[in-house]
Design a binder for this molecule. Structure first.
Ligand code: NAD
Ligand code: ZN
Length: 341
C-alpha cells in the first residue's frame, strides 16, 4: 500500500510503498478514505526538536482520518465490515490508576498513532477495535476526518459551563475557530476570538457567529466596552500557545473567571501567578479529548446543527500532499484534508 512515511530524520515526508498492516485479534483494519493534516504533522514534517525526540523513524504519519472497516480480528464484537468510521488516535494502556478509574484520556502510558505508532496517512490503518468510532450516515467522511481536532475544540470549550457566559478565545487557528462554533452552539452569549492574522480572523467569522479581533490593530478593552463587558470574560479558551495571548487573556478575565489551556507554548513560558491568585482564576490544562465522552457529544452536536464544514479550506488528492503541507506552512489556511480514494 501507499503511505506518507517519515523515512528520514530530516524535513519532509515521503510517499512510500509499505506492507498492509497485520491485525491482531482485538484490532480492525480500516481502509482510509480521507485524512486531515494536523499541526502535529507539521512538526513532524519540519523535524523540529520535539519531533526528533518523540517520533521513531521510519513511521507512517497521520492521526486524523475517516474510512471503512475492511477486516476484523476474531475477538471484535459490535462492529461490521463496511462500517464507516473515524477513531480515537490515542492508544491507551489499562494498568494506570487513571485508566482503571475509567479516565482513559488521562492514561500516562498513551501512545499516539502517527506519532509513536504507525498512523493513518496510508491506504490501510490497523486500529484497536476499542478506538473505533462509527460514523452516522449524515456525517460525511471529510467531517469524520476532522473529528480529532474538533474533539480538542469540544473538550476545551465544554471544560466549563458556558451557557449564557461571555467567552474569549485566543488563537483563530482551526481548533480555535471550531471552539468558537462549539461555544456558540452550546449557548455562550458573546464569543470573541483574537488573532494576529487577518485571514484566520476572516475565516473565523465565516465559520461561526463571533466577534473577530485583530490584536495588532484593535484594543481588546475597546471591544469589551463595545459589547458591554465591564468586568471581563467569564470563560477563556487559550488556543494559540502564545505568551502575549496568554497574558492578555488573564487580564481580560472577570474576577473568578475560568481558563482552559489547549495551546502549547514552544518552551517554558513565564506566568504571573499573583495575578491569577488575586483574580481568583481557575486554570485547567487540556490534553486530547475525553475517551469517549467528547466523541459522543461532538457527534450529537453535529447531528443537531453544529456546522464546522467551512473550516476546511483545502481538499486535495493525496498525490498533492506537498501542496497540502505548503498550505499548512503558510499559516493562512483552515483545515487541509487529503482524499485517499
Ligand atoms: P494554529 O497554530 O493553527 O493556530 C494558532 C493561532 O494562534 C494562529 O492562527 C496564530 O496566528 C495565533 N496567534 C499567534 N499569536 C497570537 C496572539 N498574540 N494572540 C492571538 N492569537 C495568536 O494551531 P491549531 O491547530 O488551531 O491548534 C491550536 C493550539 O492547540 C496549538 O498551540 C496546538 O499546538 C495546540 N494543540 C494542543 C492539543 C492538546 O492536546 N493540548 C491538541 C491539538 C493542538
Ligand atoms: Zn490532530
Amino acid at each position: 500500500m501507499h503511505a506518507l512515511v517519515k523515512s528520514h530524520p530530516r524535513e519532509g515526508l515521503w510517499k512510500c510503498q509499505v506492507p498492509v498492516p497485520e491485525i491482531g485479534p482485538d484490532d480492525v483494519l480500516i481502509r482510509i478514505k480521507t485524512t486531515g493534516i494536523c499541526g502535529t504533522d507539521m512538526h513532524i514534517w519540519n523535524w523540529d526538536t520535539w519531533a526528533a525526540k518523540t517520533v521513531p523513524v521510519p513511521l507512517i504519519t497521520g492521526h486524523e482520518f475517516a474510512g471503512e472497516i475492511v477486516d476484523m480480528g476474531r475477538n471484535v464484537e459490535g462492529l461490521a465490515l463496511g462500517q464507516r468510521c473515524s477513531g480515537e488516535g490515542h492508544l491507551i494502556g489499562t494498568q494506570s490508576r487513571q485508566s482503571r478509574a475509567g479516565k482513559f484520556h488521562l492514561d500516562p502510558e498513551t501512545r499516539g498513532i502517527g506519532v509513536q505508532e504507525n498512523g493513518a496517512f496510508a491506504e490501510y490503518l490497523r486500529l484497536p477495535a476499542f478506538n473505533v468510532v462509527p460514523l452516522p450516515d449524515d456525517i460525511p467522511d471529510e467531517t469524520g476526518a476532522i473529528l480529532d481536532p474538533l474533539g480538542n475544540a469540544v473538550h476545551t470549550a465544554l471544560s466549563f459551563d458556558i451557557l449564557g457566559e461571555d467567552v474569549l478565545i485566543t488563537g483563530a487557528g482551526p481548533i480555535g475557530i471550531m471552539a468558537a462554533a462549539v461555544a456558540r452552539h452550546a449557548g455562550a452569549r458573546h464569543v470573541v476570538i483574537t488573532d494576529v492574522n487577518p485571514q484566520r480572523l476572516g475565516l473565523a467569522a465565516k465559520v461561526a457567529d463571533v466577534v473577530p479581533v485583530d490584536v495588532t490593530r484593535e484594543d481588546l478593552n475597546d471591544v469589551m466596552t463595545g459589547l458591554g463587558l465591564r468586568e471581563g470574560f467569564d470563560v477563556g479558551l487559550e488556543m494559540s500557545g502564545n505568551q502575549i495571548a496568554m497574558d492578555q487573556m488573564v487580564e481580560a478575565m472577570v474576577m473568578g473567571g475560568k481558563i482552559a489551556l489547549l495551546g502549547i507554548p514552544p518552551g517554558k513560558s513565564p506566568v504571573d501567578w499573583s495575578r491569577i491568585v488575586f483574580k481568583a482564576i481557575t486554570v485547567k490544562g487540556v490534553y486530547g479529548r475525553e475517551i469517549f465522552e467528547t466523541w459522543y457529544k461532538m457527534i450529537a452536536m453535529l447531528q443537531n446543527g453544529l456546522d464546522v464544514s467551512r473550516v476546511i479550506t483545502h481538499r486535495l488528492p493525496v498525490s498533492q500532499f506537498t501542496e497540502g503541507f505548503a498550505a499548512m506552512k503558510s499559516g493562512t489556511c483552515g483545515k487541509v484534508v487529503l482524499d485517499w480514494t
